[in-house]
Design a protein around this ligand. Sequence first.
Ligand code: ABU
Length: 515
Amino acid sequence: MASSCSCNDEKKIINSTNISQLYYTDLFPINENGNKPTKEFLLKVIEICLDFIQKSNDRSTKVIDFHTPEELQKLFDFSIPDEPLNIGQILNDCRDALKYQVKTAHPHFFNQLSCGLDIVSLAGEWLTAAANTNMFTYEIAPVFILMEHHILKKMRDIIGFTNGDSILCPGGAISNLYAVIIARHKLFAEYKAKGLKALSQQLVLFTSEHSHYSTRSAGAVCGFGTDNVIDVPCDERGRMIPSELERLVKETISRGDRPFFINCTSGTTVLGAFDQINPLADIADKYNIWLHVDAAWGGGCLLSRKHRHKLDGIERARSVTWNPHKLMSTLLQCSTVHFKENGLLMDANQMCADYLFQQDKHYDVSYDTGDKVIQCGRHNDIFKLWIMWRSKGMEGYERHIDHLFDLTDYMVEKLKDRPDQFYLIIPEPECVNISFWYIPTRLRNVPHDRQRIQELGTITPQLKARMMNSGTLMIGYQPVGEIPNFFRNIISNSGVQTKDIDFLLSELDRLGHDL
Ligand code: ABU
């Protein structure tokens, strides 16, 4: 190691002209006089980040520099050395990691429900990392705990819950798992102590056939079994059919099982469908079943006067999942779950670990929210949402949501203008998911029958491979039920403009016309 790898007792002040030759031992906290090199190092890291952000917003750059896993293992040094590496190498590692990373903020990245990079939210994430605290107690995160308190209450107000409780979770699937845990606790509180023995009946969950797999997963995790998570058929737009739900609820009762949880989806993952909440809430009320709304994807519509109606009746749910890292573009990850009734989260999950949640602290320990959750350590996911929301205000957020939907309408119109090249699977999408097939030249002017549909399903992954190899565009694809592979285009980056949609359509044709 070079001589600049200092020992603690040297206490040297470095007037570095060549930061690259230094070692971690020259930085805070090992070097208590490490202000200057620490600052220089971090400024260089920020420069690398800014360069990546600039490239991500430059339409002339590629979205992805794709390499197979085998190639990337050769291109990138993933190994951990025995001896420390100098800061110059560490900076190179930072640069290389971003070089091969997909630019999810690029306006030609339409691949995921979370696209884009909000700069204020990014600042929040940087600050969060600098504070590096854990969200289990008020004792070590006073500002952030109160921030959570305020924002989660604001979200409950927007949902229409006048009281209640909420928590931030590591992802929407875990938010949905919390809803199932709390529903079970409400019905069989003794489960917490007695386990499965406490369940007097087989509990059954209902969710639409187009819903996210997390309800099935919660059924497995919570001990009900995936056989007892029933898929309810959907209509042609991908919405749960209420009469089918009621039929399946009655069937469950007639065989002696207990219908206990209805998962209603506001914004399905693939088609972006919104189940109609009110008819499902009527069934939930009639049979005394817990109604959960999974608005992980569509929850952002609650911020828009124009689109809020898609979640009419949401206040009738007993719990709601809503992910700000999706339509609201908060940085990953930021997922919330809300309960109409206060106290259930604490009651169901509290373990009173007395090294952490001492009840005789000198402040109101109800702010030690860590005892409400099944995990122990909790990441600070609130600051990036709070600071972003303040920067936009309610008005700016409404504009953000409306912009995404306006662009969706624009793209749908453009697809309809070119029926020879594109086939819209859902002609009037409810969310910003646009489901379509690209039609290459040889399949134009042929009947849209079973054979053409099968061929389009085969062509879709081939076109996706060309997209990734050229690096110019990313759009996801999947089959749904009987429908073979098709593209699911997502517009959730506020930086996307109409010219990007125009590019997307002509690029698909450039890459795929000869398939
Ligand atoms: N589980 C939701 C994320 C799916 C997506 O981004 O495509």
